[in-house]
Design a protein around this ligand. Structure first.
Ligand code: ADP
Length: 325
């Protein structure tokens, strides 16, 4: 019999579509197993403010189809300090909350890990970020929806690009992660993908555009990963104009990629992860994460998921190059 009776759940870092499905699964699995489940508003910041309420089965009704998170999310510099985490742990202990489920990215996971190591509060991480950039898991909640949103947008841009015989640079989210850019590039038949950490070879980009025009292409789309700072595509636009006399239009998709109804893939994986997170706590896990590996949701040590991942499969780049000639 598990000693856990009260658990809490929060979202932290950037929001991602599907977080609501994970919250719903945590609440309903927890209540189904006889636990009291609490929701913490606005991530670690809300925890420090004591913004905590008990959730019922009906509190999470009619939410799984909506993007964003009913618990809201935030970034909380205070939680980066030992003092801040001590305050958070004391608050959880005062409320007799036995364990915490954190839905967020690698930063949020690092905070959760420290809460466990410093104060022995059992924590389970559920990977939620559109960037798909957490080590130890093949998938993070929200990635599929973000890709879907970006693909829809690029398809629309392609219509106008074709009609006017134009080149477009479409900037997608993902910070240092190439995941969104690469998948969107393949799925939209982009002529080029500019990866976040790679040196940009402008002469190759210009040569690719010229080759396309010669063989009768009516448009070119370059997908640029945003990198650390939004607006990289304006630099690319300037270089192409000044060095190669190529006129390109810029479209920065921005936060539109993060919103909207989660895809069935996100709903399913988020529901499975929320469910498994509670089951792990009931089994006595103390510092774990739900991960997606070999097509299945499973439990892994949280310490394996603390690093940001920015590797990509080189065969995906080759596929894009082969198909975009
Ligand atoms: P994400 O979880 O999406 O990677 P952030 O990196 O912004 O987003 O982290 C979200 C929050 O998690 C931070 O505002 C902070 O409260 C907490 N956090 C992040 N990194 C750490 C860390 N190294 N130690 C403690 N808390 C952290």
């Amino acid at each position: 019999m598990s000693e856990i009776q009260k658990i809490a759940v929060l979202c932290s870092g950037g929001d991602s579509p599907g977080m609501n499905c994970a919250i719903r699964a945590v609440v309903r699995t927890g209540i189904g197993a006889g636990l009291e489940v609490y929701g913490i508003q606005k991530g670690y910041a809300g925890l420090l403010e004591g913004d905590i309420r008990q959730l019922q089965v009906s509190s999470v009704g009619n939410i799984l189809q909506h993007g964003g998170t009913i618990l809201q999310t935030s970034r909380c510099p205070e939680f980066m300090t030992e003092e801040g985490r001590k305050e958070a742990a004391n608050l959880l202990k005062r409320k007799k909350i036995d364990a915490l489920i954190v839905i967020g990215g690698d930063g949020s996971f690092n905070g959760a890990m420290k809460l466990f190591l410093e104060h022995q509060i059992p924590v389970i991480g559920i990977p939620g970020t559109i960037d798909n950039d957490i080590d130890g898991t093949d998938y993070t909640i929200g990635f599929d929806t973000a890709v879907q949103n970006a693909v829809d947008a690029v398809d629309k841009i392609r219509d106008t690009a074709n009609s006017h015989a134009r080149t477009f640079i479409v900037e997608v989210m993902g910070r240092k992660s190439p995941a969104i850019a690469l998948k969107v590039g393949i799925c939209t038949g982009a002529e080029n993908v500019i990866m976040p950490t790679a040196t940009i070879d402008y002469s190759k980009i210009a040569a690719d555009i010229d080759r396309g025009i010669k063989r009768g292409k009516t448009s070119s789309i370059l997908i640029a990963a945003e990198g650390e700072v939004e607006g990289l595509s304006h630099t690319i636009q300037k270089e192409l104009k000044e060095k190669f006399n190529h006129q390109a239009h810029v479209c920065i998709l921005g936060h539109i990629q993060r919103g909207g109804n989660p895809t069935p893939t996100d709903r399913l994986i988020a529901s499975q992860m929320g469910h498994e997170a509670v089951r792990a706590l009931l089994k006595g896990d103390t510092a774990s994460a739900t991960v997606f590996k070999s097509g299945k949701v499973m439990i892994a040590p949280l310490k394996d998921c603390l690093r940001k991942k920015n590797e990509f499969d080189i065969s995906d780049v080759e596929l894009l190059r082969t198909l975009s000639i």
